[in-house]
Design a protein around this ligand. Structure first.
Ligand SMILES: O=C(O)C(=O)C[C@]1(C(=O)O)C=C[C@@H](O)C=C1
Length: 293
């Protein structure tokens, strides 16, 4: 049985992992901090670590991307997409009378910063008086609310989290945009694919440009363009070595073993760029996962 490291019970990550593996039995190891989720696979405590890397509304989860690049050297082995459905969580009896919600009683809203950002408008419209507090995960937020009864505390998080910590969804689906999806990856030493499910092949690479090379990025991009290799994401991030030094993170819709991608990487290296492959893996979209073979 596979062991998966992930954020605490009741997080969006937890829902997403349960969804990914469906009926397959997996052992889940929950950690409070994302750093411990990363380290679990490094230390051999888990076969894979589940990491949220990108969100429709917030874009890249920078902290997690930085851990992938700078702190650990474990390949990405699978990617999947899951909707982040956020809800306002608290105790019904504290905020509702005769089934009607009284938002003016809310003094504090706790959540993960990415989840909080997904519900900005909802919070501003309904509870502008509330203090906002960012914590390590949506589940940690829900647990804190459970530990402070009668103090006007609420959390933004999942229905699964509300159930786990004995609270109620006070308002459901409170994200500002309907199409709120999060991209997750599994990192680990071994290859992984879901049997009978359609997947797109993807390769994630990091490209560091040589200093003082005018047009270097243009040339890198042309190596992909004339081979008709599709880039689905490109993003610059600081190298953390020198102010103004950046590397480019790129997702290419092709397997690293393919002749075309191999040749493109060779050409980019010949230009004097450094290329690091972060992983070459199957990518599952939300609808593909729902379709049984
Ligand atoms: O706190 C959680 O529920 C998480 O799973 C973390 C996380 C994230 O880090 O982006 C995952 C997805 C949600 O969009 C918000 C938060």
């Amino acid at each position: 049985m596979r062991t998966i490291a992930l954020l605490p019970e009741g997080t969006v990550s937890h829902e997403a992992v349960l969804y990914l593996f469906g009926d397959e039995e997996v052992q889940l190891k929950h950690y409070k901090q994302i750093s411990d989720v990363f380290l679990s696979v490094v230390n051999g405590e888990a076969d894979y670590s589940a990491i949220p890397v990108e969100n429709t509304i917030e874009g890249s989860v920078s902290l997690h991307m930085d851990w992938l690049v700078h702190e650990v050297d474990v390949p990405m082995q699978l990617e999947w997409v899951y909707p982040s459905i956020q809800n306002l969580i608290g105790r019904k009896e504290e905020f509702q009378s005769e089934g009607k919600m009284d938002y003016s009683k809310i003094k504090r809203v706790l959540s993960h910063p990415v989840a909080m950002a997904q519900c900005q408008q909802f919070i501003r419209t309904h509870m502008p008086q509330a203090e906002l507090e960012n914590v390590g995960s949506t589940a940690e937020a829900i647990q804190s609310v459970a530990n402070h009864p009668g103090e006007g505390w609420t959390a933004i998080g999942t229905v699964l989290g509300a159930e786990r910590y004995g609270l109620d969804p006070l308002a459901r689906k409170v994200t500002d945009h309907n199409n709120n999806f999060t991209r997750f990856v599994l990192i680990g030493p071994d290859k992984l694919a879901l049997e009978g499910k359609e997947a797109t092949r993807k390769t994630s690479i990091l490209v560091t440009l040589p200093a003082d090379f005018p047009g270097a990025l243009h040339q890198v991009l042309s190596a992909f363009a004339w081979r008709k290799l599709n880039l689905s994401r490109i993003e610059s991030r600081p190298t953390k070595k020198k102010l103004g030094n950046y590397y480019f993170y790129m997702d290419v819709l092709e397997e690293v073993e393919s002749i075309l991608l191999g040749a493109a990487i060779g050409e980019i290296e010949a230009l004097g760029c450094q290329v690091r492959v972060l992983g070459s893996y199957p990518s599952y979209s939300y609808t593909d996962l729902q379709t049984e073979s």
